[in-house]
Design a protein around this ligand. Structure first.
Ligand code: C2G
Length: 723
């Protein structure tokens, strides 16, 4: 029994390899693959010699309906199976489906959704589901054996009613001359599905067969059809599709499901569209809607709540004005309900609607470093430079997370997300942040946002990441919106400037100045400062300092921005071997929630994770041990030795992130994998420095070339002095 797999391909090169792999590994082998290319290059199938693929070229870019119809023309199998180029299927799907197949019938499967590539989805399924809300099971809880109910009701929205994951006897299509309706760009699945169901002799549910639908985490560059922002066309198509194909659904209890889906489409999409539409457009909607609702049965009423019932009633009477009025008052009620039930929503509401309408304060600057956790990093040095050089010219506000900072110059301090925070976020002209601002930040006309960012990127960032496992799957879209608000972005070196351009899709002002946070590393009075900092921290002046500053791991967390850290360096052994000459400072990343108790190593190991400014720790450190943290790009400015404790290199590089550089080639120090190697390296640190001198020089030239101790000045001149 031969299956024809029809894939509509629209140039989704990034995804189709997973799709092919899932076909190549099918346990059932009697199938052909037809890829219809939509005005794009054929994908490379060479990595899958076991697949016989026929390509059909469609010259101009068309629609999924046109492509699938072309596929049907070419198909030679007794069964048709539609698969999307961005999706993949379980390896035993065809085997299970063919066992369940009946002549002149269809078999339908389970659909699951994922944001991830095949590798991540299968390897880490459970974990990732928990963090990012991937639907593990269909949410549908109704009768799976009733194909109408199952196939219509499980979809989230009318546009998601789909033909995917269904094995269809070719005879059904031929005898009834069925084709996808090419008049529809977004809604061609439902008509085809309904016609197939009406003509099929039997429809069998095969629960174990799983079709995995991949959601796109980059709707900016590669939106799925449901993510395309083309609301007007979608609204009209949805109404037309329902009007045209409602009659295909049998006039029995199954009618209710399709009617229900359309009523929800009215509530969630059409009514909003009407609300915002101009009078002429409203009239057009009115006519189409009236026609569509004229086909709606009465059976659906008891399934609908009061509000949808009212909208249906008004729509049937052609009263779009009433739909708009009702939708507006309903939206207001909803807003009030959510706002009064949540203090944070209330504050955000007042921020947007009231505070952002107040006059902007032209000499006010809001500073934030690491989401208010520290008084540190480039915002700190810009603030200090401004106050030293232009005393009294600017007013400063520092954001903190609960504990006020000890600031050297006059400044207001506001707790993050407090009412005062929103007040200053709304009224300030300038913003100096080293991370992303909140999603709801309003970029007011005339305001100036200076983003300093917080490190030369080693780990892949935003648009250069494939799977986003460490953040919400909508991270890319979110960052895209946030980076649109940045007026200036500081780059520490050419390498970063280039990466920031594509990783953030940033084309605003790039300040190619070096990092203000590194100015301190070039101070003339460094020696004096080192003595002072050692005294401040209680570190003996005569001991050398080893700073251990690792980064965080995307897959080890308690919750949002609360990451775990396990200390893999054995401090006991280090103390035994090194305590005569050295002390160790442990500095965990600001995302790490674990507070490590090092009291038993008193006098040898110090936990400085809560210390504000890591740059001051660099200054007093003779050796840096790190892993994949950007700290080494900064520390290199001191030209002191570095060791890389990369005990989980393969996992980190391969599964979690991916790097921008070839670490084996470029790191200016050895990669070490256990405590013994670390101790040995410290004993032979002089030899290591000699061995790595050449690499270190190259590294310094590439990543530290722009640093000269004057970055704050250059940034301030560009942003605040208009130079
Ligand atoms: N940091 C620190 N202590 C650590 C690790 C990092 O104080 N143990 C600070 C350093 O200033 C470092 C910055 O936090 O440069 C960023 O830390 P990374 O470990 O590089 O990780 P991440 O926050 O993911 O930023 O482009 C840079 C990347 O975005 C990395």
């Amino acid at each position: 029994m031969r299956i024809s797999v029809i894939i509509a391909y629209h140039g989704e090169t990034k995804y189709i390899m997973d799709c092919f792999a899932s076909l190549a590994e099918q346990t059932y082998r009697d199938f052909e693959v037809i890829v219809v290319c939509d005005g794009c290059e054929e994908p490379d199938v060479s990595p899958f010699p076991e697949l016989t693929v026929r390509f059909v070229k469609q010259e101009a870019s068309g629609s999924v309906a046109i492509m699938r119809n072309l596929g049907i023309e070419k198909a030679e199998g007794e069964y048709l199976y539609f698969l999307d180029a961005d999706d993949y299927i379980d390896t035993n799907m065809f085997e299970q489906m063919t066992q369940a197949a009946v002549p002149d019938g269809v078999v339908y499967a389970t659909i699951r959704h994922t944001w991830y590539s095949r590798k991540v989805h299968y390897d880490n399924g459970e974990e990732l589901n928990r963090q990012n809300g991937t639907a593990k099971k269909d949410r549908f809880r109704g009768d799976c054996q009733n194909p109408y109910e199952f196939l219509i009701m499980r979809a989230n929205g009318l546009q998601n009613v789909t033909i995917l994951g269904m094995l269809i006897a070719r005879s059904i299509v031929d005898e009834n001359n069925l084709r996808f309706d090419e008049d529809f760009l977004y809604f061609s699945d439902a008509p085809f599905l309904l016609q197939v169901l009406a003509a099929a002799k039997t429809a069998v549910f095969c629960e174990e067969s799983v079709y995995i639908k991949r959601k796109h985490n980059d709707p900016v560059n590669l939106p799925a059809l449901v993510q395309v922002k083309d609301e007007e066309k979608k609204i009209f198509e949805g109404m037309r599709m329902y009007s045209q194909y409602k009659h295909v659904v049998p006039k029995d209890e199954n009618e209710v499901y399709f009617d229900y889906k359309f009523a929800r489409f009215l509530v969630t999409r059409i009514s909003w569209f009407i609300l915002k539409a101009k009078p002429g457009k409203r009239k057009e909607v009115c006519a189409c809607l009236k026609e569509a609702l004229g086909k709606m049965g009465d059976g659906v009423n008891e399934r609908l709540g009061r509000y949808p019932r009212q909208l249906v009633k008004y729509g049937k009477r052609g009263r779009v004005d009433k739909i708009a009025k009702k939708a507006r008052s309903n939206a207001r009620k909803e807003k009030v309900r959510t706002v009064i039930h949540s203090r944070s929503r209330m504050k955000r509401y007042i921020y947007r609607k009231v505070l952002c309408k107040m006059k902007m304060i032209p000499d006010l600057i809001v500073f934030e470093s690491f989401f208010g956790k520290n008084y540190s990093d480039s915002p700190k040095y810009i603030y200090e430079y401004l106050n030293q050089t232009y005393p009294g010219t600017y007013k400063s506000v520092w954001i903190h997370t609960g504990k006020k900072f000890d600031l050297p110059y006059k400044a207001k301090q506001v707790r993050r997300f407090s009412f005062r925070y929103f007040y200053y976020m709304a009224r300030s002209k300038y913003f100096v942040f080293n991370g992303r601002q909140p999603r709801y930040f309003v970029k007011r006309k005339g305001s100036v946002f200076l983003e300093t960012w917080h490190g030369t990127p080693l780990k892949k960032l935003v648009f250069d990441m494939d799977d986003v496992t460490s953040a919400t799957p909508l991270y890319k879209e979110e960052v895209y919106k946030q980076t649109r608000a940045w007026d200036y972005l500081v780059a520490p070196n050419r390498f970063s400037a280039d990466i920031f351009g594509h990783a953030f899709m940033y084309d605003g002002n790039m300040l190619e100045t070096g990092y203000p946070r590194n100015d301190i590393l070039y101070r003339d009075d460094k020696e004096k400062l080192i003595g002072e900092i050692k005294d401040e921290l209680g570190i003996p002046q005569d001991k050398k300092v080893i700073l251990y500053a690792p980064t965080w791991r995307d897959d080890e967390y308690y919750g949002h921005a609360k990451y775990k850290f396990s200390l893999m360096l054995e401090l006991d052994r280090m103390r035994d071997e090194l305590e005569d000459e050295y002390v160790v400072i442990l500095r965990t990343h600001y995302f790490i929630a674990d507070a490590l108790d090092l009291s038993e190593y008193g006098g040898f190991a110090y936990n400085m994770s809560k210390y504000d400014d890591i740059a001051r720790l660099y200054l007093i450190s003779d050796i840096l041990i790190t892993d994949y943290s950007s700290v080494f790009f900064d520390f290199a400015n001191l030209r002191r030795p570095m060791l890389f404790f990369t005990y989980d290199l393969e996992k980190y590089r391969g599964v979690l992130r991916g790097f921008y550089m070839d670490v084996e080639e470029e790191l200016p120090g050895p990669m070490l994998f256990d405590t013994e190697q670390v101790i040995d390296a410290i004993h032979h640190i002089g030899d290591i420095q000699k061995e790595y001198a050449h690499k270190y020089n190259k590294f310094y030239d590439k990543y530290c070339a722009w640093e000269d101790g004057h970055a704050s000045e250059k940034v301030v001149n560009a942003v605040f002095r208009g130079e």
